[in-house]
Write a protein that binds this ligand. Structure first.
Ligand SMILES: [Zn+2]
Length: 219
C-alpha cells in the first residue's frame, strides 16, 4: 500500500477491491482504476490505518536506496574477481580499481543499510523482535563480518580464493536479505509509532460499590 504522503488526512479515500489500489475519491471521479483499469464501481471507501508521519518516513525509501548502493558493491566484487581470473590482462588497471573501490565501499554502505533498516523496521512494526527482522539482523551481522574480513585480508591487485570466497558468502547473505526484505515491503502494523512509550500511571483503584442486596431494596 503506497500512498502519497501529501494526501490529506480528511480526504475521502477509496480502494479498488480487485487490485487493492488506494487513491483519493476526488481523483477517481467516475473514471477507471489507474492500476488495473477496472471501472469505478469496483471501488470501496477506504480508511488509512497508518499515521501520516510513519507513511512519510517510509515514503522516503531510505532503506531501499541504501540497499541498492550496497547491492552494487556486493555483486561487483565476486563478478569482477572471476572476470580477472578469466581475462587477467584485460583492462587490468580499471578492473583492479573497481574491485578495490568496491571492497573498500561495501562495509561503509552496509553500515548505512543497517541503520536505515533499523529505522524502517521500527517504523513498520514498532519493534525489531519480529521473526523475520531477527533473521534479517543475523544475516546483516554475517554480511558485515564477511565484508570487513574482505577489507582486512585482501591485497590490492591480488585476489586470492579467500577474497573470492568471502565475496561469495557476502553475496549469498545479500540475496537472502533481499528476499526477506521484499516480503516486508508492503506490510505494516496499523497505528501511530511512539518513539518512547510513556509509562502509564496506574489508575487509582476504583472504589468498589457494594451491590445493594435484594432484600434491602425491598425495604
Ligand atoms: Zn484496480
Amino acid at each position: 500500500m503506497h500512498i502519497d504522503f501529501f494526501m490529506e488526512i480528511d480526504e475521502e479515500l477509496v480502494r479498488c477491491r480487485p487490485c487493492g489500489y488506494v487513491m483519493k475519491e476526488s481523483e477517481l471521479n467516475g473514471g477507471v482504476c489507474p492500476a488495473c483499469g477496472l471501472p469505478h464501481n469496483v471501488f470501496e471507501p477506504y480508511r488509512e490505518r497508518v499515521s501520516a508521519n510513519r507513511l512519510f518516513i517510509l515514503s522516503l525509501d531510505i532503506h531501499p536506496i541504501a540497499i541498492h548502493l550496497s547491492q552494487t558493491f556486493v555483486g561487483l566484487i565476486p563478478l569482477l574477481i572471476m572476470f580477472h581470473y578469466v581475462f587477467p590482462g584485460y583492462r587490468e588497471q580499471m578492473i583492479h580499481s573497481v574491485i578495490d573501490f568496491s571492497i573498500f565501499m561495501l562495509p561503509l554502505s552496509l553500515i548505512l543499510s543497517t541503520i536505515s533498516g533499523i529505522v524502517d523496521g521500527l517504523t513498520r512494526f514498532k519493534t525489531l523482535k519480529t521473526p523475520l527482522l531477527v533473521s534479517k539482523i543475523y544475516y546483516s551481522i554475517a554480511i558485515m563480518i564477511f565484508s570487513f574480513a574482505q577489507w582486512f585480508t585482501s591485497t590490492p591487485g591480488e585476489y586470492d580464493l579467500i577474497t573470492l570466497a568471502l565475496s561469495g558468502v557476502s553475496l549469498f547473505c545479500a540475496v537472502k536479505l533481499g528476499l526477506m526484505g521484499k516480503k516486508l515491503l508492503d506490510v505494516i502494523l496499523p497505528g501511530t509509532y511512539q518513539i518512547r512509550k510513556k509509562k502509564k500511571a496506574k489508575p487509582a483503584p476504583r472504589p468498589v460499590v457494594p451491590i445493594p442486596k435484594a432484600e434491602s431494596l425491598d425495604d
